[in-house]
Write a protein that binds this ligand. Structure first.
Ligand code: NAD
Ligand code: TYD
Length: 352
């Protein structure tokens, strides 16, 4: 079927995997990627599909109401998958304002443009909002986040995402259009910006720099390979029930220190270094302010209702990720110059 789909934030980490999947799997769809190319947006992530006949890139700042309206006027979208966001917790602690503009106001701009292009309850157009498990706050040593867990965000990032989730539900309810939200756990894989734990660790091992582990490394995250998230988004977009929320997770909890140690071992193997070489780089640094202790997801609803399950086991996914970063040195080199160097100095000199 011919359809026109807007995907926001498609030049970023998860967005680029979603764009690639949709462009390749649905030749009948026109995929419009609207992205402002912030420090985290990189069109190199999409080199392999940039000339595909069903792909269009449109540089758009979602905080700019007029640009968003113009985008919706130029295309008649049958659906929206909204990923564009400021996504890094540490940056939300040092400069929260961008998170409010992009994640909250940007989402509201999209919702306003969407409702004026898809008015009335009979419209079957879907606004699919991609969110995070961090909106639920922090767990103790036990328990899981379900779709019914009350929101309790604790960082400026998670509060801005929680706010955008509320806006999507409120606009859908008030103006009567179809919406879905999914809340996913931590993603990892190729193309992730090296400010996040896994690519930062890989890059620091590669360049023989200290690996900064916050606190004592006791915090726990649930990790999902990015292509499994993209597969879940595809399934939910096509088969999810409007008005529903789906949790997505990897059933794969790791303490940060155990994860970093495993990565050190994989890197030693891949770089042909003696066992234990990279572990010597592990350095405990001042903890993140308000650091959430543990995230863990109950994603039985998605498995039961839509038949999704993760396909990549963690050791295999981490090995693939390490191999990708080692094979794509130029991608990494270009990113770690300029803005990243400044960010890294600000973020880590005062922590060690
Ligand atoms: P990312 O930071 O890698 O990419 C974000 C993209 O959004 C970039 O391409 C950037 O240029 C674009 N963007 C930022 N501000 C914009 C603006 N004002 N206008 C237009 N585009 C803008 O993020 P990611 O890790 O790929 O995350 C994508 C989405 O998934 C986010 O909504 C995030 O909250 C959510 N999410 C991420 C994770 C994770 O582990 N990374 C987990 C769950 C949910
Ligand atoms: P991150 O990748 O920033 O994702 P999030 O904060 O959204 O979960 O961090 C993952 C975990 O790793 C989190 O508990 C914070 C920790 N961490 C470090 O210990 N050192 C670091 O340099 C970074 C970036 C994160």
């Amino acid at each position: 079927m011919q359809k026109s789909i807007l995907i926001t934030g498609g030049a970023g980490f998860i967005g680029s995997h979603v764009i690639r999947r949709f462009v390749n799997n649905y030749p009948g769809y026109t995929i419009v990627n609207a992205d402002n190319l912030t420090y985290a947006g990189n069109l190199e992530n999409l080199k392999d599909i940039e000339t595909a006949p069903n792909y269009i890139f449109r540089k758009t700042d979602i905080t700019d109401k007029e640009s968003v309206m113009a985008l919706f006027n130029d295309f008649s979208f049958d659906g929206v998958i909204h990923l564009a966001a400021e996504s890094h917790v540490d940056r939300s602690i040092t400069s929260p304002d961008e998170f409010i503009y992009t994640n909250i106001i940007g989402t509201v701009n999209l919702l306003n443009a969407f409702r004026s292009s898809a008015p009335g309850v009979t419209g079957k157009k879907l606004f699919y909002h991609i969110s995070t498990d961090e909106v639920y706050g922090s767990l103790g040593r036990s328990g899981l986040f379900t779709e019914e867990t009350p929101y309790d965000p604790k960082s400026p990032y998670s509060a801005s995402k929680a706010s955008s989730d509320h806006m999507v539900r409120a606009f859908g309810n008030t103006f009567g259009f179809h919406w879905i939200i999914s809340n996913c756990s931590n993603n990892y894989g190729p193309n992730q910006f090296p400010e996040k734990l896994i690519p930062l660790t890989i890059n620091n091992i590669k360049t023989n720099r200290q690996i900064p582990v916050y606190g004592r490394g006791e915090n726990v995250r649930d990790w999902l390979y990015v292509e499994d998230h993209a597969a879940a988004i595809d399934l939910i977009f096509h088969n999810g029930v409007p008005g529903e929320t789906y949790n997505i997770g990897g059933d794969n909890e790791w303490k940060n220190i155990d994860l970093v140690t495993l990565l050190c071992r994989i890197m030693d193997e891949k770089l042909g270094r003696d066992k234990g070489t990279s572990e010597k780089l592990i350095t405990f640094v001042t903890d993140r302010a308000g650091h959430d202790l543990r995230y863990a997801i109950d994603c039985r609803k998605l498995k039961r209702d839509l038949g999704w399950k993760p396909s990549v086991n963690f050791r295999e996914g981490l090995t693939r990720t390490v191999e990708w970063y080692l094979a794509n040195n130029e991608w990494l080199e270009r990113i770690v110059s300029g803005e990243y160097t400044q960010y890294y100095q600000q973020q880590y000199t005062r922590k060690s």
